[in-house]
Write a protein that binds this ligand. Sequence first.
Ligand code: ZN
Length: 266
Amino acid sequence: MKSYVDAHCHFQDPRVDDAREAWLKAAADQGIRQFVFGAYGPDDWEFQQVISDRYPGVFAQSRGLHPWWVSQASDDEAKRAFEKLEQEWKADHRFAFGELGLDFLSRFSADERTRQVQFFEAQWALYQKYPRGSLILHVVDAHDEILERLTKTGVPLRGIVHSFSGNLEQARAYRSLGLHLSISGGIASRKTGKAFRKLKETVVSLKPSDFVLETDLPDQPPEDLKGELNRPESLIRLAERIGEWRGEDPQLVLERSSQIARELFF
Ligand SMILES: [Zn+2]
């Protein structure tokens, strides 16, 4: 029986509420049976628990403060959320840690970036104190900034850099720390553009054991779902695309990715 894993998604997102049941069925029909949650903020942690209880064995949970959430929270909200994370993380180690990271897209102001750095560092310190689950990193236009901080730890890491968008050199730097690259379909499904070319070049040069595949649903719909919510079956399309680039059987690509994701998160 096929049993594929989506290495990163947001199936707990309220935007998926009406579709969740049908999507899980459609995914299972295609062999996609397990999903790793990326975390956003405290509300989302509760959704993850509720959905995981409803579908045992299907979802892997995570806890963390996403850089987007950190950017829009008030000082007070952010402080309370971090305290809650600290309490949960000290008490429990069943979960992955993240999403945490830096997103330096131009839409984030200097203040928002400063706050992202502050909360990345606080979370990173917490993880180093209790290095339990696998990491889920969200990094956009800030790979060197993150790598510099991760390299200082000197201990092997495990986890993923989700929706990887860096270059080959940065990919290798993450791998040498022990992290895997997670490839998403938003960029991979394009046919042109600088980001597309960079991703393709990188993915073609990676070793088979370097990367996993994710949908990031309901975000990052591939070109054929543009303007709609992204769905689990996009994982199959993504594997086809990556297989084509690398000259590999898409099923093999997906099996390998699923095995790595299962070892990291379940
Ligand atoms: Zn995510």
